[in-house]
Each structure stands twice: as C-alpha cells, then as structure tokens.
Design a protein around this ligand. Structure first.
Ligand code: SF4
Length: 295
C-alpha cells in the first residue's frame, strides 16, 4: 500500500504553513471520498481467456498492482469494486458475467480488457461470441490490444482512477448509488439457441409474428444500453464545498488513449446480404474447389 502523503489531498485556497504540510490536510469532501475509493479498488478474481494471463502478470511482483491499492483481488463479487473483463466473452459466459456484475455492490466499475471484451476481437463473427461486453453491462474503460500488455492494463487502471477523481458528490449522476430506492439490476441474458436479451422480448415477439405470417422481419438489434442505476436522486443531496472542481472539467483532462468512458457499443459490420448464411452457395464452392484439386 502506498505511503499516505497528505499533500495529495490538499485542495484548498487556505495556505498551510510549510512545516505543517505533512501533518495537516484541508480538502473537500468529494476529494477525500474519491481519493479513498480510487486508492482501494479491489478487482474481481476471474479471467476468461488469453488476456487473463496478462492480467495475472500485471498483478505479479514485476508490475506491482499494490501501488494503486488494487492488489487484493477478491474471489467474491460482493467484495469487489472492479470487474476486469479479460478475454473472449462467449454467449455462454455472458450470462454469469452479468449475474456477477449484479452481485457487486455499488460503486462498481467495469474495465473491458482487450479486443475480445471490447468488441468481439478476432472471434467477432463467431457463432458463439458476443460483440463486446458493453452490450450487456456498462463499461467505464476500454483497453485496446490483443492482448493488451500489463503496461496497457495499468494505463487503463490509471485512467479509471482519473475518471473517479473527476466525480463530485454534488452531482447526482456521478454518485447514483446514493439515490432513493433500490437500483435496477441489469437484465440477465437468457442462453438458448441464440443469446436473448430480455430487453428485446417485445421486438422478438413482433418478429416471430411477422415470420409466422411469412413477412420480412429484418434484423434483431440490441437496444441502446441504459445506465444500470437510475434511481431518483436523494432530496437531501448537499452541494460540495466551492473548491471542488466540476466533474466534467477534470474528466476532460483525463488522457484519451485507453480511457473511453462510454456505454455505446462499436457498430457491428453486417454482411451485405443482411447476415443470412447461404449454405447452398458455400457447398457449391467447396465442391468446385475439390473438383479443381482432383483434376
Ligand atoms: S483480445 Fe486477443 S489475447 Fe485477448 S482474449 Fe481476445 S484473442 Fe485472446
């Protein structure tokens, strides 16, 4: 754990005599709240594929995650603050991932590590892979790469810390977990012949009806992902001290490379024929190739 340096917390226009700088801190509530959250972020102990090896390397002695207060990887979602989705997200695994996400207490964060978790990666067109975990849970930071190096993951973690630093207790959107009433859980996808997002049930029913009538029903689209928690804000939310910087100002100052805090999924590229698989054409091609080899 990093040594406590009170100078990190100073956030005030009140002058502190030099000889007392190491003993006294005058700061804002938001600053100390953010500082304590970001300095003790516990990741969940799970990995999905090759990216997980890089995540494990990041936690080893060479890169030393304890510098960030993140060395305690918890084997239970109920004690975790950060979900690092490290690897290929298959349709089968997305169900427990969302369930684990729902079991994490607020405030919770998600980091999509690698091309697979961010958008499907090399397996994007695979029948069993989802095109990014951000279609199911809100992602705070994307770390690009296949696989991202431990340094890239560290950069993503620092970007997440900067994002937290920019949040303010005075802004209800930054701290929705202090809202009134329970937060809405993220719908858990249903695993069937294809993965079904319960938010799409109306659309699926309409399309099934059109298909039964022999009409064209188009493509199934995932609905835009809403923030997981949208409870009403507590009426008693008090303004933070005036010295607290607005959240957006500090967020804008965060470095861009690995830190793209958005819940919007990258647009999937659909085949020109609308994604329909032409089995007869493919078999004809295979026969043609065999015939060429034989001759
Ligand atoms: S992004 Fe590359 S290294 Fe990471 S899980 Fe996917 S294929 Fe493996």
């Amino acid at each position: 754990m990093a040594e406590l340096d009170l100078r990190d917390l100073h956030n005030t226009e009140f002058p502190i005599p030099d000889e007392m700088q190491g003993n006294v801190a005058i700061t804002s509530l938001s600053r100390i709240y953010n500082w304590s959250r970001r300095s003790s972020m516990w990741p969940m102990l799970f990995g999905l594929a090759c990216c997980a090896i890089e995540m494990i390397a990041t936690a080893a002695s060479r890169y030393d995650l304890s510098r960030f207060g993140m060395e305690v990887m918890r084997a239970s979602p109920r004690q975790s603050d950060l979900m690092i989705v490290s690897g290929t997200v298959t349709k089968k695994m997305v169900v427990p991932i969302v369930r684990l996400y729902n079991q994490m207490p607020e405030p919770k964060y998600v980091l999509a590590m690698g091309a697979c978790a961010s958008g499907g990666g090399p397996f994007k067109e695979g029948y069993n892979v989802v095109s990014g975990i951000d279609q199911y849970v809100p992602v705070d930071v994307y770390v690009p790469g296949c696989p991202p190096t431990p340094q890239a993951l560290l950069h993503g973690l620092i970007a997440l810390q900067k994002k937290i630093d920019g949040q303010s207790l005075a802004n209800g959107n930054d701290v929705p977990w202090y809202g009134v009433g329970p937060a809405e859980p993220t719908p858990i996808p249903i695993l069937g012949p294809d993965i079904i997002d319960p938010r799409q049930m109306d659309l699926i029913r309409r399309q099934a009806q059109l298909a039964a009538e022999g009409k064209s029903f188009g493509l199934r689209e995932l609905p835009p992902l809403k923030p997981t928690t949208t409870p009403k804000l507590a009426p008693k939310a008090k303004a933070a001290p005036a010295s607290d910087k607005p959240a957006k100002q500090a967020e804008a100052a965060a470095p861009a490379p690995a830190a793209v805090a958005t819940a919007t999924a990258p647009a999937a590229t659909k085949p020109a024929d609308g994604g329909k698989f032409d089995k007869a054409a493919m078999l004809a091609k295979i026969r043609e190739k065999k015939a060429q080899k034989g001759s």
